[in-house]
Design a protein around this ligand. Sequence first.
Ligand SMILES: CC(C)(COP(=O)(O)OP(=O)(O)OC[C@H]1O[C@@H](n2cnc3c(N)ncnc32)[C@H](O)[C@@H]1OP(=O)(O)O)[C@@H](O)C(=O)NCCC(=O)NCCS
Length: 329
Amino acid sequence: MKNLRPVGIIGTGKYVPEKILTNSDLEKIVETNDEWIVSRTGIRERHIAAPDEATSDLAYEASIRALASAGLKPEELDLIIVATITPDTIFPSTACVLQDKLGAKGAAAFDLSAACSGFVYSLATAVGFIQNGMYNNALIIGADTLSRITDYTDRNTCVLFGDGAGAVVIGEVPKGRGFQSFDLGAEGAGGPLLKLEGGGSRLPATVETVEGKKHFIYMNGREVFKFAVRVMGAATEKVLGKAGLAKEDIDLFIPHQANIRIIQSAMQRLDLPPEKCVINVDKYANTSAASIPLALVEAAEEGRMKEGDTVLMVGFGGGLTWGASILVW
Ligand SMILES: CC(C)(COP(=O)(O)OP(=O)(O)OC[C@H]1O[C@@H](n2cnc3c(N)ncnc32)[C@H](O)[C@@H]1OP(=O)(O)O)[C@@H](O)C(=O)NCCC(=O)NCCS
Protein backbone atom coordinates (compact mmCIF):
# COMPACT_ATOMS: atom_id res chain seq x y z
CA MET A 1 0.00 0.00 0.00
CA LYS A 2 3.00 2.24 0.43
CA ASN A 3 3.13 3.68 -3.11
CA LEU A 4 -0.58 4.45 -3.25
CA ARG A 5 -2.36 7.68 -2.34
CA PRO A 6 -2.05 7.94 1.49
CA VAL A 7 -5.44 7.68 3.21
CA GLY A 8 -6.03 8.26 6.90
CA ILE A 9 -8.49 9.46 9.53
CA ILE A 10 -9.35 13.16 9.34
CA GLY A 11 -12.26 13.29 11.81
CA THR A 12 -13.67 11.27 14.71
CA GLY A 13 -16.90 11.14 16.73
CA LYS A 14 -18.72 8.81 19.08
CA TYR A 15 -22.07 8.40 20.79
CA VAL A 16 -23.48 6.11 23.46
CA PRO A 17 -27.07 6.18 24.69
CA GLU A 18 -27.73 7.86 28.02
CA LYS A 19 -29.12 4.88 29.93
CA ILE A 20 -26.57 2.78 31.82
CA LEU A 21 -27.23 -0.85 32.81
CA THR A 22 -24.86 -1.93 35.60
CA ASN A 23 -23.92 -5.42 36.73
CA SER A 24 -26.01 -4.94 39.85
CA ASP A 25 -29.01 -4.02 37.65
CA LEU A 26 -28.48 -7.35 35.84
CA GLU A 27 -28.37 -9.21 39.17
CA LYS A 28 -32.05 -8.28 39.47
CA ILE A 29 -32.89 -9.69 36.04
CA VAL A 30 -30.94 -12.99 35.79
CA GLU A 31 -29.05 -15.35 38.09
CA THR A 32 -25.65 -13.60 37.98
CA ASN A 33 -23.42 -11.41 40.10
CA ASP A 34 -21.00 -8.52 39.73
CA GLU A 35 -18.01 -10.62 40.84
CA TRP A 36 -18.63 -13.27 38.14
CA ILE A 37 -19.12 -10.70 35.37
CA VAL A 38 -16.07 -8.60 36.31
CA SER A 39 -13.71 -11.54 36.82
CA ARG A 40 -14.78 -13.44 33.66
CA THR A 41 -15.28 -10.48 31.31
CA GLY A 42 -13.97 -7.19 32.78
CA ILE A 43 -17.39 -5.59 32.17
CA ARG A 44 -18.92 -3.31 34.84
CA GLU A 45 -21.65 -1.51 32.89
CA ARG A 46 -23.06 -0.99 29.40
CA HIS A 47 -25.19 1.67 27.67
CA ILE A 48 -28.66 0.77 26.41
CA ALA A 49 -30.60 2.60 23.67
CA ALA A 50 -33.87 4.34 24.58
CA PRO A 51 -37.03 2.71 23.15
CA ASP A 52 -37.22 5.33 20.40
CA GLU A 53 -33.52 5.08 19.46
CA ALA A 54 -32.47 2.83 16.58
CA THR A 55 -29.05 2.16 15.07
CA SER A 56 -29.29 5.06 12.59
CA ASP A 57 -29.93 7.44 15.50
CA LEU A 58 -26.77 6.32 17.29
CA ALA A 59 -24.87 6.48 13.99
CA TYR A 60 -26.22 10.00 13.31
CA GLU A 61 -24.98 11.37 16.64
CA ALA A 62 -21.51 9.90 16.12
CA SER A 63 -21.45 11.09 12.49
CA ILE A 64 -22.24 14.75 13.13
CA ARG A 65 -19.40 14.85 15.66
CA ALA A 66 -16.98 13.17 13.21
CA LEU A 67 -17.96 15.55 10.40
CA ALA A 68 -17.51 18.59 12.67
CA SER A 69 -14.09 17.35 13.75
CA ALA A 70 -13.10 16.85 10.09
CA GLY A 71 -14.45 20.29 9.14
CA LEU A 72 -16.54 18.65 6.41
CA LYS A 73 -20.14 19.41 5.44
CA PRO A 74 -22.45 16.40 4.92
CA GLU A 75 -23.01 17.41 1.29
CA GLU A 76 -19.27 17.11 0.67
CA LEU A 77 -19.29 13.39 1.53
CA ASP A 78 -18.65 10.89 -1.29
CA LEU A 79 -19.42 7.63 0.53
CA ILE A 80 -21.09 6.39 3.71
CA ILE A 81 -20.59 2.87 5.05
CA VAL A 82 -22.40 1.69 8.18
CA ALA A 83 -20.95 -1.46 9.72
CA THR A 84 -23.79 -3.08 11.63
CA ILE A 85 -25.64 -6.33 12.36
CA THR A 86 -28.59 -4.46 13.87
CA PRO A 87 -29.82 -2.29 10.98
CA ASP A 88 -32.97 -0.20 11.52
CA THR A 89 -34.69 -2.45 8.96
CA ILE A 90 -33.57 -5.25 6.63
CA PHE A 91 -33.90 -2.67 3.89
CA PRO A 92 -33.48 0.18 3.14
CA SER A 93 -29.99 0.09 4.58
CA THR A 94 -29.15 2.04 7.70
CA ALA A 95 -26.54 3.90 5.64
CA CYS A 96 -29.31 5.21 3.35
CA VAL A 97 -31.42 6.28 6.34
CA LEU A 98 -28.36 8.05 7.73
CA GLN A 99 -27.51 9.67 4.39
CA ASP A 100 -30.95 11.28 4.36
CA LYS A 101 -30.79 12.36 8.03
CA LEU A 102 -27.39 13.96 7.49
CA GLY A 103 -28.40 15.63 4.24
CA ALA A 104 -25.44 13.99 2.47
CA LYS A 105 -27.16 14.34 -0.89
CA GLY A 106 -25.82 12.06 -3.60
CA ALA A 107 -23.30 10.21 -1.43
CA ALA A 108 -23.09 6.47 -2.09
CA ALA A 109 -24.36 4.57 0.97
CA PHE A 110 -24.42 0.94 2.02
CA ASP A 111 -24.28 -1.29 5.09
CA LEU A 112 -21.57 -3.84 5.66
CA SER A 113 -22.23 -6.99 7.67
CA ALA A 114 -19.16 -8.47 9.34
CA ALA A 115 -20.36 -8.33 12.96
CA CYS A 116 -17.64 -7.14 15.36
CA SER A 117 -15.08 -7.04 12.54
CA GLY A 118 -17.37 -4.76 10.50
CA PHE A 119 -15.60 -1.49 11.24
CA VAL A 120 -12.19 -2.75 10.07
CA TYR A 121 -13.80 -4.41 7.03
CA SER A 122 -15.50 -1.09 6.20
CA LEU A 123 -12.30 0.89 6.60
CA ALA A 124 -10.48 -1.45 4.22
CA THR A 125 -13.30 -1.14 1.68
CA ALA A 126 -13.41 2.66 1.80
CA VAL A 127 -9.64 3.08 1.79
CA GLY A 128 -9.58 1.07 -1.45
CA PHE A 129 -12.15 3.39 -3.06
CA ILE A 130 -10.14 6.47 -2.11
CA GLN A 131 -6.78 5.00 -3.09
CA ASN A 132 -8.02 4.08 -6.55
CA GLY A 133 -9.35 7.60 -7.06
CA MET A 134 -13.05 6.74 -7.22
CA TYR A 135 -13.81 8.87 -4.13
CA ASN A 136 -12.01 11.56 -2.12
CA ASN A 137 -13.53 10.94 1.29
CA ALA A 138 -15.80 8.58 3.23
CA LEU A 139 -17.72 8.46 6.49
CA ILE A 140 -17.35 5.09 8.21
CA ILE A 141 -19.54 4.24 11.17
CA GLY A 142 -19.56 1.18 13.39
CA ALA A 143 -22.98 1.19 15.09
CA ASP A 144 -24.96 -1.50 16.84
CA THR A 145 -27.98 -1.73 19.10
CA LEU A 146 -27.31 -5.23 20.41
CA SER A 147 -29.81 -4.75 23.25
CA ARG A 148 -32.54 -5.28 20.61
CA ILE A 149 -31.29 -8.79 19.78
CA THR A 150 -30.21 -9.83 23.28
CA ASP A 151 -32.25 -12.30 25.33
CA TYR A 152 -32.34 -10.79 28.83
CA THR A 153 -33.31 -14.16 30.30
CA ASP A 154 -30.06 -15.79 29.03
CA ARG A 155 -27.25 -15.07 31.50
CA ASN A 156 -24.69 -16.57 29.11
CA THR A 157 -25.10 -13.64 26.72
CA CYS A 158 -27.07 -10.78 28.29
CA VAL A 159 -24.23 -9.60 30.51
CA LEU A 160 -21.86 -9.23 27.56
CA PHE A 161 -23.42 -6.68 25.22
CA GLY A 162 -24.13 -2.94 24.97
CA ASP A 163 -25.16 -0.26 22.45
CA GLY A 164 -23.13 2.53 20.83
CA ALA A 165 -21.62 4.08 17.72
CA GLY A 166 -18.21 5.32 16.63
CA ALA A 167 -17.54 7.22 13.41
CA VAL A 168 -14.53 8.37 11.43
CA VAL A 169 -14.11 10.48 8.31
CA ILE A 170 -11.29 9.28 6.10
CA GLY A 171 -9.51 11.09 3.28
CA GLU A 172 -6.10 11.90 1.85
CA VAL A 173 -3.38 12.59 4.44
CA PRO A 174 0.30 13.64 4.16
CA LYS A 175 2.77 11.02 2.88
CA GLY A 176 3.98 8.58 5.52
CA ARG A 177 0.75 8.75 7.51
CA GLY A 178 -2.56 6.90 7.25
CA PHE A 179 -3.40 3.22 6.77
CA GLN A 180 -0.35 1.03 6.12
CA SER A 181 -1.90 -2.45 5.91
CA PHE A 182 -5.01 -4.55 6.43
CA ASP A 183 -5.62 -8.21 7.14
CA LEU A 184 -9.22 -9.39 6.71
CA GLY A 185 -10.41 -12.96 6.92
CA ALA A 186 -13.28 -15.33 7.61
CA GLU A 187 -13.97 -18.89 8.71
CA GLY A 188 -17.54 -19.44 7.54
CA ALA A 189 -17.54 -22.97 8.94
CA GLY A 190 -17.57 -21.44 12.43
CA GLY A 191 -20.71 -19.40 11.68
CA PRO A 192 -23.02 -21.57 13.81
CA LEU A 193 -21.01 -20.67 16.94
CA LEU A 194 -22.36 -17.11 16.95
CA LYS A 195 -25.58 -16.32 15.13
CA LEU A 196 -29.08 -14.89 14.95
CA GLU A 197 -31.16 -17.36 12.97
CA GLY A 198 -34.61 -15.79 12.61
CA GLY A 199 -35.95 -13.11 10.32
CA GLY A 200 -33.89 -13.91 7.23
CA SER A 201 -34.80 -15.84 4.09
CA ARG A 202 -33.90 -19.19 5.71
CA LEU A 203 -36.19 -18.74 8.69
CA PRO A 204 -38.64 -15.88 8.16
CA ALA A 205 -40.35 -14.45 11.23
CA THR A 206 -43.29 -16.53 12.45
CA VAL A 207 -45.00 -17.01 15.79
CA GLU A 208 -42.83 -20.15 16.18
CA THR A 209 -39.55 -18.31 15.53
CA VAL A 210 -40.50 -15.68 18.09
CA GLU A 211 -41.53 -18.28 20.66
CA GLY A 212 -38.36 -20.26 19.91
CA LYS A 213 -36.23 -17.14 20.59
CA LYS A 214 -34.74 -17.29 17.11
CA HIS A 215 -34.53 -13.50 16.92
CA PHE A 216 -31.91 -13.31 19.67
CA ILE A 217 -28.15 -13.84 19.65
CA TYR A 218 -27.05 -17.44 20.13
CA MET A 219 -23.42 -17.93 21.15
CA ASN A 220 -21.13 -20.78 22.10
CA GLY A 221 -18.95 -18.62 24.36
CA ARG A 222 -16.15 -21.10 25.01
CA GLU A 223 -15.55 -21.86 21.31
CA VAL A 224 -15.75 -18.19 20.32
CA PHE A 225 -13.23 -17.43 23.06
CA LYS A 226 -10.74 -19.94 21.62
CA PHE A 227 -11.26 -18.60 18.09
CA ALA A 228 -10.75 -15.03 19.31
CA VAL A 229 -7.45 -15.72 21.04
CA ARG A 230 -6.15 -17.65 18.02
CA VAL A 231 -7.09 -15.14 15.31
CA MET A 232 -6.14 -12.03 17.30
CA GLY A 233 -2.60 -13.40 17.46
CA ALA A 234 -2.46 -14.55 13.84
CA ALA A 235 -4.04 -11.39 12.35
CA THR A 236 -1.77 -9.16 14.40
CA GLU A 237 1.35 -10.90 13.14
CA LYS A 238 0.11 -10.81 9.56
CA VAL A 239 -0.85 -7.13 9.52
CA LEU A 240 2.45 -6.12 11.14
CA GLY A 241 4.36 -8.19 8.55
CA LYS A 242 2.43 -6.60 5.66
CA ALA A 243 3.40 -3.14 6.97
CA GLY A 244 7.03 -4.22 7.43
CA LEU A 245 6.82 -3.61 11.18
CA ALA A 246 7.58 -5.56 14.37
CA LYS A 247 5.57 -5.69 17.60
CA GLU A 248 8.08 -3.27 19.20
CA ASP A 249 6.88 -0.61 16.73
CA ILE A 250 3.33 -0.49 18.15
CA ASP A 251 2.59 2.73 20.02
CA LEU A 252 -1.08 2.04 20.69
CA PHE A 253 -3.08 -1.20 20.56
CA ILE A 254 -6.84 -0.94 19.97
CA PRO A 255 -8.42 -4.39 20.26
CA HIS A 256 -12.09 -5.33 19.93
CA GLN A 257 -13.63 -4.93 23.38
CA ALA A 258 -15.36 -8.26 23.99
CA ASN A 259 -13.64 -9.67 27.06
CA ILE A 260 -10.71 -8.38 29.13
CA ARG A 261 -9.19 -11.89 29.20
CA ILE A 262 -9.05 -12.02 25.38
CA ILE A 263 -7.45 -8.54 25.33
CA GLN A 264 -4.91 -9.55 27.98
CA SER A 265 -3.88 -12.65 26.07
CA ALA A 266 -3.25 -10.49 22.98
CA MET A 267 -1.27 -7.97 25.05
CA GLN A 268 0.90 -10.76 26.45
CA ARG A 269 1.60 -12.11 23.00
CA LEU A 270 2.63 -8.62 21.84
CA ASP A 271 4.60 -7.89 25.07
CA LEU A 272 2.62 -4.67 25.47
CA PRO A 273 2.47 -2.67 28.71
CA PRO A 274 -1.04 -1.51 29.81
CA GLU A 275 -0.34 2.11 28.83
CA LYS A 276 -0.09 1.02 25.18
CA CYS A 277 -3.51 -0.63 25.15
CA VAL A 278 -6.95 0.98 24.96
CA ILE A 279 -9.44 -0.74 27.25
CA ASN A 280 -13.01 0.48 27.75
CA VAL A 281 -14.87 -2.85 27.89
CA ASP A 282 -15.59 -2.04 31.57
CA LYS A 283 -17.78 0.95 30.56
CA TYR A 284 -19.39 -0.16 27.31
CA ALA A 285 -19.21 -4.00 27.20
CA ASN A 286 -19.17 -5.55 23.72
CA THR A 287 -20.81 -3.11 21.29
CA SER A 288 -20.02 -5.21 18.19
CA ALA A 289 -19.16 -3.01 15.18
CA ALA A 290 -19.00 0.06 17.46
CA SER A 291 -16.39 -1.45 19.75
CA ILE A 292 -13.15 -0.59 17.90
CA PRO A 293 -14.27 2.89 16.76
CA LEU A 294 -15.52 3.76 20.27
CA ALA A 295 -12.09 2.82 21.63
CA LEU A 296 -10.28 4.64 18.81
CA VAL A 297 -12.33 7.83 19.17
CA GLU A 298 -11.98 7.80 22.95
CA ALA A 299 -8.20 7.40 22.64
CA ALA A 300 -8.11 10.33 20.18
CA GLU A 301 -10.23 12.49 22.49
CA GLU A 302 -7.97 11.67 25.43
CA GLY A 303 -4.90 12.67 23.41
CA ARG A 304 -3.40 9.17 23.57
CA MET A 305 -2.19 9.31 19.95
CA LYS A 306 0.51 11.70 18.74
CA GLU A 307 1.14 12.52 15.11
CA GLY A 308 3.22 9.71 13.60
CA ASP A 309 2.24 7.08 16.20
CA THR A 310 1.74 3.52 14.96
CA VAL A 311 -1.69 2.22 15.91
CA LEU A 312 -2.76 -1.43 15.63
CA MET A 313 -6.48 -2.26 15.50
CA VAL A 314 -7.70 -5.84 15.58
CA GLY A 315 -11.14 -7.40 15.92
CA PHE A 316 -13.01 -10.69 15.54
CA GLY A 317 -16.65 -11.65 15.50
CA GLY A 318 -19.60 -13.42 13.94
CA GLY A 319 -19.13 -14.97 10.53
CA LEU A 320 -16.74 -15.97 11.92
CA THR A 321 -14.60 -13.05 10.80
CA TRP A 322 -11.54 -11.07 11.77
CA GLY A 323 -9.94 -7.81 10.68
CA ALA A 324 -6.76 -5.97 11.59
CA SER A 325 -5.15 -2.75 10.44
CA ILE A 326 -2.02 -0.68 10.98
CA LEU A 327 -2.53 3.07 10.96
CA VAL A 328 0.05 5.83 11.29
CA TRP A 329 -1.80 8.62 13.14
C1 LIG B 1 -18.97 -16.04 27.61
C2 LIG B 1 -17.73 -16.10 28.48
C3 LIG B 1 -17.57 -14.79 29.24
C4 LIG B 1 -17.89 -17.23 29.48
O1 LIG B 1 -16.77 -17.27 30.32
P1 LIG B 1 -16.10 -18.68 30.68
O2 LIG B 1 -15.05 -18.41 31.66
O3 LIG B 1 -15.73 -19.32 29.37
O4 LIG B 1 -17.30 -19.40 31.37
P2 LIG B 1 -17.90 -20.83 31.01
O5 LIG B 1 -18.58 -20.81 29.69
O6 LIG B 1 -16.81 -21.80 31.22
O7 LIG B 1 -19.01 -20.96 32.13
C5 LIG B 1 -18.66 -21.10 33.47
C6 LIG B 1 -19.90 -21.19 34.34
O8 LIG B 1 -20.45 -19.89 34.54
C7 LIG B 1 -21.84 -19.90 34.30
N1 LIG B 1 -22.27 -18.61 33.79
C8 LIG B 1 -22.40 -18.21 32.51
N2 LIG B 1 -22.83 -16.94 32.48
C9 LIG B 1 -22.93 -16.53 33.75
C10 LIG B 1 -23.30 -15.31 34.34
N3 LIG B 1 -23.66 -14.23 33.62
N4 LIG B 1 -23.30 -15.22 35.68
C11 LIG B 1 -22.94 -16.26 36.45
N5 LIG B 1 -22.59 -17.44 35.93
C12 LIG B 1 -22.58 -17.58 34.60
C13 LIG B 1 -22.04 -21.00 33.29
O9 LIG B 1 -23.36 -21.47 33.35
C14 LIG B 1 -21.03 -22.03 33.73
O10 LIG B 1 -21.60 -22.78 34.77
P3 LIG B 1 -21.39 -24.37 34.83
O11 LIG B 1 -19.91 -24.57 34.89
O12 LIG B 1 -22.12 -24.72 36.07
O13 LIG B 1 -22.00 -24.86 33.57
C15 LIG B 1 -16.46 -16.38 27.63
O14 LIG B 1 -16.51 -17.67 27.13
C16 LIG B 1 -16.31 -15.41 26.50
O15 LIG B 1 -16.09 -14.23 26.69
N6 LIG B 1 -16.37 -15.91 25.25
C17 LIG B 1 -16.19 -15.10 24.08
C18 LIG B 1 -17.44 -14.32 23.88
C19 LIG B 1 -17.29 -13.26 22.86
O16 LIG B 1 -16.28 -12.63 22.76
N7 LIG B 1 -18.34 -13.10 22.08
C20 LIG B 1 -18.47 -12.07 21.14
C21 LIG B 1 -17.61 -12.28 20.00
S1 LIG B 1 -17.58 -10.84 19.05
